[in-house]
Write a protein that binds this ligand. Structure first.
Ligand SMILES: [Fe+2]
Length: 206
């Protein structure tokens, strides 16, 4: 069973408290649904087999689990890389600046790529990952919550670009303004911690 994590997040720049509160509720929905699906799947497995007539229901539950589970986890990364009083630019001495320069030539080129992904049409996420084998950063588009995540890669900066992330504050066509607001609230210290501790995510299993 998973328990929704609590995030102390308010007073962001350009992203209203109302949006953040609504977003927490959505996140809690993902946690609840993940638990529900796991229970239903456990129920099906109870007799030690998945028989032919159970297969369609079982398959649907497993597909939905990928959606809900990734929805839960990505929101945790997202909320945790935002803070009141954050900044658009990391400290010049930060690990992130060094990694971005090594991987992309400069922080600015990395940012152009990340923002470009954020502006892509569709429903999903922009995620900057660290390749655990080479330490290189790479930016990816994730459709919905579950399509495009790179297996084994460490999410370093996670940006929700579903419309619910900004619709109370900006028009649907103003995603670029939301992205600018998102950047002005980044907690680069938390981003740096992810870089120095790859593959570690705060445990939230109850
Ligand atoms: Fe979201």
């Amino acid at each position: 069973m998973y328990k929704a994590k609590q995030f102390r997040l308010s007073g962001l720049n350009g992203i209203s408290d109302q949006t953040v509160e609504m977003h927490f509720k959505l996140y809690e929905g993902y946690v609840k649904e993940t638990n529900n699906l796991q229970e239903k799947i456990a129920e099906l497995l109870k007799d030690g087999k998945v028989d032919q007539e159970e297969m369609p229901a079982y398959s649907e539950l497993k597909r939905r689990l990928g959606f809900e589970y990734n929805g839960m986890v990505l929101h945790e990364y997202y909320f945790a890389n935002l803070m009141k009083g954050g900044s658009a630019q990391p400290d010049a001495k930060s690990s992130f600046i060094k990694s971005a320069s090594k991987s992309f030539g400069s922080f600015d080129v990395w940012k152009t790529d990340f923002i470009g992904i954020g502006k892509m049409r569709g429903v999903g996420w922009a995620i900057c990952y660290q390749d655990p084998t080479s330490d290189q950063l790479s930016n990816h588009w994730i459709s919905l919550h579950e399509i495009g995540n790179v297996a084994g890669y460490n999410p370093v900066l996670v940006m929700d670009v579903w419309e619910h992330a900004f619709l109370l504050d900006f028009k649907p066509a103003e995603r670029a303004k939301y992205i600018e607001a998102f950047f002005s609230n980044i907690d680069w210290q938390s981003v740096d911690q992810r870089l120095s501790r790859p593959a570690i995510r705060a445990s939230h299993a109850a």
